[in-house]
Ligand binder design. Structure first.
Ligand SMILES: Cc1cc2nc3c(=O)[nH]c(=O)nc-3n(C[C@H](O)[C@H](O)[C@H](O)COP(=O)(O)OP(=O)(O)OC[C@H]3O[C@@H](n4cnc5c(N)ncnc54)[C@H](O)[C@@H]3O)c2cc1C
Length: 397
């Protein structure tokens, strides 16, 4: 097939695999270059609200995700000191209104589902153990150096994560900044829930200078815990080992149920939370940035994966409109298409990045400010609190 119908994607994470499927659905040939030798089972839970799940459903992922994702019944905010619910927000209506599920899923399960769908698609060539090293734009598109070879294409989609190698070439001056926050991640078997509770929703425990998110994953067989605390440890990577006694001590003043959850995790991993500047970086000539490579954000709006999936859908639709079957593909036209993609995505992503940061501040309020927060949340009530999120959930590509 001609080079002009080939799009190269760097990275087979959530955004890269979704982009490959969305582009292939529009008739493009796609080459996905992934650094790792295999798609490892690292990471833990991700939330997928209807703005993102709808795109996955349209790409045919629903049967695979129904088999592993969980549909939570509600998000409950809980005061960490008292252990009492501040507000319980049933999220069924969000899904019904949008005709798409609200899912919580293990990152590895989502990546495996996407990879299986990719493997079944004749127009996608996924190459593992193939790190992108360099990029050279030229008059006919772009040539990507990866794994000792060179690959020509119409455009390069950089979906290679928050430490993107492509961004290092295209936007060398823009790097993620450390937030001063560290996320600790662990899972426990569902039957190990304290008091034998069967957890069906998302728990959001709010405490001074820390919060804890708990929800079921893996068809409800396991419970995902993410505890976020302040700190100065700022190494890159997703799965450094965490010392259990350290995190147990950080939550020593929390309600018994939270301490019991924390104490049940045997193996903790942690990742230092970095974020890209607001608005992200998006395009340069035939290169488009996508997902964390563009706008890695704090996870407190639960939209990191969702924004990568939205990016993929918008980018594929834009490329199909200007460079679909039978249409042209000069370097200038490709650059203009990617510029339009950036203009469409930047404002929304910036707003989500800002919301995530604000949430982090609100979640971690201490003392009297925390009491005021809880009073305000109760006064607003579940419907109005959820309505404040509808600009995220009700989005359409
Ligand atoms: C191992 C891992 C574990 C994670 N765990 C969690 C978690 O538990 N909770 C959470 O909220 N978020 C987690 N995330 C982040 C979350 O997946 C992303 O925020 C979100 O899904 C956006 O995805 P993305 O596709 O933009 O980037 P990512 O999902 O980070 O994917 C980037 C991909 O690019 C590949 N890559 C990197 N450099 C190169 C290169 N030079 N050439 C080719 N390929 C390259 C990486 O190996 C990876 O597969 C994790 C990410 C990773 C990579």
């Amino acid at each position: 097939m001609a080079v002009s119908r080939t799009i190269i994607v760097a990275g087979a994470g959530i955004g890269g695999l979704t982009a490959a499927l969305a582009l292939a659905a529009k008739g493009f040939r796609v080459i996905v270059l992934e650094r790792t030798e295999r798609l490892d089972e690292v990471g833990a839970g991700l939330q997928l609200s209807p703005n993102a799940s709808r795109i996955l459903v349209e790409l045919g992922l629903q049967p695979r995700l129904d088999a592993c994702a969980v549909v939570p019944d509600a998000v409950t905010a809980i005061n960490a000191r008292s252990g009492r619910a501040i507000v319980r927000m049933p999220i069924g209506n969000v899904a019904v209104r949008n005709g798409a599920p609200y899912w919580v899923v293990h990152r590895a399960d989502l990546q495996a589902a996407l990879a299986a769908q990719v493997a079944a698609h004749p127009s996608i060539d996924l190459r593992l153990g193939c790190a992108v090293e360099d990029v050279a734009p030229h008059a006919n598109g772009v040539t990507v150096s990866a794994g000792g070879g060179q690959e020509p294409g119409l455009a390069l989609i950089s979906a290679d994560g928050i430490w993107s190698a492509v961004r290092g070439v295209a936007f060398p001056k823009t790097q993620p900044l450390f937030s001063g926050l560290i996320a600790w991640r662990g899972t426990i078997p569902a039957e190990a829930m304290p008091d034998g509770e069967r957890l069906r929703g998302v728990q959001l425990w709010l405490g001074p200078e820390a919060h804890l998110v708990v929800y079921p994953i893996s068809s409800g067989r396991r419970i995902n815990l993410v505890a976020v605390v302040n700190g100065s440890w700022n190494q890159r990577g997703w799965s450094a080992r965490g010392e259990p006694t350290e995190i147990v001590a950080r939550f020593a003043h929390w309600a018994g149920a939270a301490r019991a959850l924390i104490g049940t995790v045997e193996n903790w991993t942690r990742w230092a939370l970095f974020a890209m500047p607001d608005g992200g970086v998006w395009n340069q000539g035939p290169i488009a940035m996508l997902g964390d490579a563009s706008h890695g954000m704090l996870p407190f709006a639960a939209q990191g994966a969702g924004m990568a999936i939205e990016d993929a859908a918008v980018l594929a639709a834009g490329l199909a409109a200007s460079h679909g079957e039978g249409r042209g593909g000069t370097a200038a036209e490709v650059a203009a298409t990617l510029q339009r993609y950036a203009a469409l995505r930047r404002p929304r992503v910036r707003r989500v990045q800002q919301l995530a940061r604000q949430n982090g501040v609100i979640y971690h309020l201490p003392g009297a400010a925390a009491i005021a927060r809880d009073v305000a949340m109760r006064a607003l009530g579940p419907d109005r609190l959820l309505a404040r999120q509808s600009w995220i959930y009700d989005w359409r590509p």
